[in-house]
Ligand binder design. Structure first.
Ligand code: NAD
Length: 799
């Protein structure tokens, strides 16, 4: 007679289908969907309809409208008209609407879970236990923020009309991540769901009506990428929030360049899953399952690169193979299904072709043995070995249930392999040694790090990437800030070039103190790179004039090569990020002290160059000294947060420096503007490459001596003088520049934003003149926020 344990091992699950009659009835009553514009159902103006199918069965679910320019126009107009009355409501009143939406979603959790599963192919267990509860949580959390926005974000305004574009992998959750914070902050939205999965957004539209949300506050226009592009290009949209592929993110970056639209990009990833030899291997195996076989691996932050320490590699791979065999692939509506259907044939083909390309390169694929369902779009859970760090499968985002395993020997090697990616969305670290795990978390270039866990999410924590995984955060306090603008930024005024500059390298005009009898010693200001003065590569200089138009001196005419050298020097100075905040503060105080000691020289220089007003120049120097002291004070006080997410979990939101920030200075207030930009950036641990005002570069070049005498390590501040727009474009194109602050005149901003699309560096393009001497405008938290990116580290504890 067989033992019970043998029976248990051989026993199969019976089918446990989730009922979907209610969804079928709901769909039957709506064979053709229109858009949701100004609170009403709206038939497509001209685009017609397209079919939406269930990827698990191929069954037609509905026909959905293809949004055209006229539809986008109507939706944006509705959102714009709704803006003022929505903002006129109190935070408490807005909170009530968000709360009502949360309640309605909660009451329909099962409806939304089943609809999502039918539309997307994800297992019902996941839509029921993960997606929809998180959606509800997001609306409750942000109902709270609506309540608090005025007191917690004083001196801020909503951005305005937000165009929001979401992908198909978590259709309703991505909607929630975008709509809830936007509404809480007082914005109105036009959302475009993904063409494969628009149904839960259309069902959400019905909830908006039921909740009595004022017309036009939420508008939903369905369609494919063309509809998305129309939304991006619409002139009345103030912000684009996009989640999707890095490729489309780049297009959107270029399309919005120079428009003044605020932009948030949540893009792709190739996230490492690092297992050290002291990890709990069984727990790590479950982590892998939650990481790469969750949602068929169609997860932006999927731990798709398994990096395992050599000593435990064979054991872990053995355990993984065994665990893989227990995964049940099949009907997503079956409650015991682990892995459901791939969203569409396009995606299935992409996964297949990438895996084939990997095989051709020599990768070894281990796949689930059980047969796949005959109908529907399925891909088996796959474990790939025999790949190197540079192979296609280790570098490309597959967006499918395909795990690529590699080994490492030392911790340093693990970090190097992990960071060897153009992406930087998430990482998972497994070690029972908290010291090893936290050290790895600090060194990983990723916006989210899970320790001994994977794919944990919560509305209270920010989510978003480093590098080509995009910029901006969704969730938590940091996510909300992206739906607001500092009140001081709301102005129509544009910066102007104060004086034209002749960059031609003609012989210098006679300098004022030229002596008749013997030539004076030449004091052409050089560039400042890596802590040393450097001659410009071009070998040319240009003449700077004073306020009367007389020649005041010459400065080097920097070029592409100089910029490359400066960026290299900045990158080499990475130790600055590891200097204690206290020591960075000390260096800044020393700089302030030395500037004060030379106040008269700077006063005279500024007065001569700018307008002859010595009193104003003295005030500027005084403001510059105070500005540096201000950021010295901040250096050890711009704290991160511990978010209140799950129980028995510490979620640390750390403010980390970007690395090398490029700064293009404005023409106004040449000294105080220069220090107002450089000081916060370096106070937070960044290195900078600065292009000073081309009109007044001598103020910046005089600054070298202060840097030399104030213990600022070489390479932390690099200064390249020359034509701002030309140098700025080269910096914007440079892949080792991690962020850009452009405070020049308008025309340069659009070129910088367009050129930044290469490595998707965030650009802070300031389109307003700043009264730099005023503390209200020229300093404060916004500068520190722009100097840092938030990394959320999740540290669960207990059992
Ligand atoms: P996708 O970029 O093709 O499409 C995303 C959305 O953009 C869709 O709604 C699509 O219609 C729209 N779109 C396409 N072309 C457009 C254009 N030119 N202008 C404007 N909108 C356009 O991505 P996808 O295949 O739907 O989703 C998969 C990608 O999304 C993966 O790369 C994944 O990593 C990423 N993703 C990222 C996150 C994150 O938070 N970082 C979350 C989920 C998915």
């Amino acid at each position: 007679m067989p033992a019970v344990k043998d029976i248990l091992r051989t026993m199969d699950y019976g089918p446990a289908p989730e009922a979907n009659a209610e969804i079928l009835a709901w769909l039957a009553a709506r064979p053709r969907f229109g858009h949701f514009i100004d609170g009403e159902h709206a038939d497509p103006a001209e685009g017609g309809h397209f079919e939406v199918r269930n990827p698990a069965t191929g069954a037609l679910l509905a026909e959905v409208a293809q949004g055209s320019a006229a539809d986008i126009d109507a939706a944006v107009a509705a959102a714009k008209a709704a803006l003022a009355p929505w903002q006129a409501l109190s935070g408490h009143a807005r909170a009530r609407y968000l709360y009502a939406l949360a309640r309605l979603l909660q009451k329909r959790e099962r409806f939304f879970a089943v609809l999502e599963t039918m539309d997307n192919g994800k297992p019902i267990r996941e839509s029921r236990d993960i997606d929809i509860p998180l959606v509800v949580r997001h609306f409750y959390h942000h109902a709270g923020w609506a309540e608090l926005i005025e007191s917690e974000f004083p001196q801020h305004r909503p951005v305005g009309v937000c165009g929001q574009i979401v992908p198909w992998n978590f259709p309703l959750l991505m909607l929630a991540w975008k709509v809830a914070p936007a509404l809480a902050a007082g914005n109105t939205v036009v959302l475009k769901p993904a063409e494969f999965t628009p149904l839960s957004a259309l069902a959400f539209a019905e909830l908006c009506r039921e909740a009595g949300l004022p017309q036009g506050v939420v508008n939903i226009v369905t369609g494919d990428g063309r509809t998305g592009a129309l939304l991006v290009e619409h002139p009345d949209v103030d912000k684009i929030a996009f989640t999707g592929s890095t490729e489309v993110g780049r297009l959107i970056r270029k399309a919005t360049a120079g428009t003044g639209k605020k932009l948030g990009l949540e893009l792709g990833g190739k996230s490492p899953f690092i297992v050290f030899d002291d990890a709990d291997l069984d727990a790590a195996v479950e982590g892998v399952v939650d990481s790469i076989w969750f949602n068929q691996g169609q997860v932006c932050c999927a731990g798709s690169r398994l990096l395992v320490q050599e000593a435990v590699a064979d054991r872990l791979i053995g355990k993984l193979k065994a665990r893989m065999e227990t995964l049940r692939v099949g009907d997503p509506l079956d409650k015991s299904t682990d892995v459901g259907a791939i969203v569409d044939t396009v995606q299935l083909e992409r996964i297949r072709s990438l895996v084939e390309a990997g095989r051709a390169e020599g990768a070894v694929c281990h796949q689930l043995g059980a047969p796949l369902p005959k109908e529907g779009l399925y891909f088996p859970p796959t474990l790939v070995t025999g790949v190197g760090p540079a192979s296609t499968l280790a570098q490309e985002e597959i967006f499918g249930p395909v795990l690529v395993a590699m080994t490492f020997r030392t911790q340093a090697e693990a970090i190097e392999l992990a960071n060897n990616s153009r992406y930087g969305l998430a990482a998972s670290v497994w070690s029972e040694n908290i010291n090893v795990a936290l050290d790895a978390a600090a060194r990983l270039k990723a916006g989210v790090v899970w320790i001994n866990a994977a794919n944990l999410f919560d509305a209270a924590a920010g989510f978003g990437g480093y590098r080509e995984s995009g910029f901006g955060r969704e969730g938590g306090r940091e996510g909300l800030a992206d739906y607001l603008v500092p009140a001081a930024d709301v102005t129509e005024a544009k910066p102007v070039r104060l004086r034209s500059v002749d960059f031609s390298a003609a012989p210098a005009a006679a300098l004022p103190e030229a002596v008749a009898t013997a030539p004076r010693f030449d004091r052409t200001a050089k560039l400042y790179i890596g802590g040393k003065q450097a001659r410009p590569d071009s070998g040319y200089s240009y003449t700077v004039t004073d306020h009367r138009g007389a020649a005041a001196g010459q400065v080097g005419l920097g070029n592409r090569k100089d910029i490359r050298n400066a960026v290299e020097a900045a990158n080499k100075a990475s130790a600055w990020a590891g200097v204690t905040a206290h020591n960075r503060a000390q260096v800044l105080y020393y700089l302030a002290e030395n500037l004060e000691a030379r106040a008269n020289d700077f006063r005279d220089r500024i007065a001569t160059l700018v307008d002859g007003d010595a009193k104003a120049a003295a005030a500027e120097v005084e403001a510059a000294v105070a500005r540096i002291a201000h950021y010295a004070a901040w250096a050890d006080k711009y704290d991160g947060l511990v978010h209140a997410t799950r129980s028995r979990n510490v979620t640390l939101a750390m403010n980390e420096p970007f690395g090398t920030i490029a700064i293009a200075c404005p023409d106004e207030a040449p000294l105080v503007a220069f220090v107002s930009l450089v000081a916060p950036a370096i106070a937070m641990g960044n290195r900078v490459v600065v292009v000073p005002s081309p009109v007044f570069p001598l103020v910046a070049t005089d600054f070298y001596q202060l840097l030399d005498t104030s213990d600022v390590p070489g390479g932390v501040v690099n200064i390249v003088t020359g034509e701002r727009s030309v140098l700025a474009k080269t910096l914007a194109e440079h892949d080792d520049v991690a962020a850009f602050w452009y405070f020049g005149v308008d025309d340069g901003a659009s070129a910088v934003e367009a050129a930044s699309a290469g490595n998707l560096k965030p650009v802070w393009a300031h389109a307003r003149p700043v009264r730099w001497t005023s503390p209200a405008e020229g300093q404060g938290r916004e500068f520190l926020r722009r100097a840092t990116q938030v990394k959320n580290i999740w540290v669960p504890y207990g059992e």
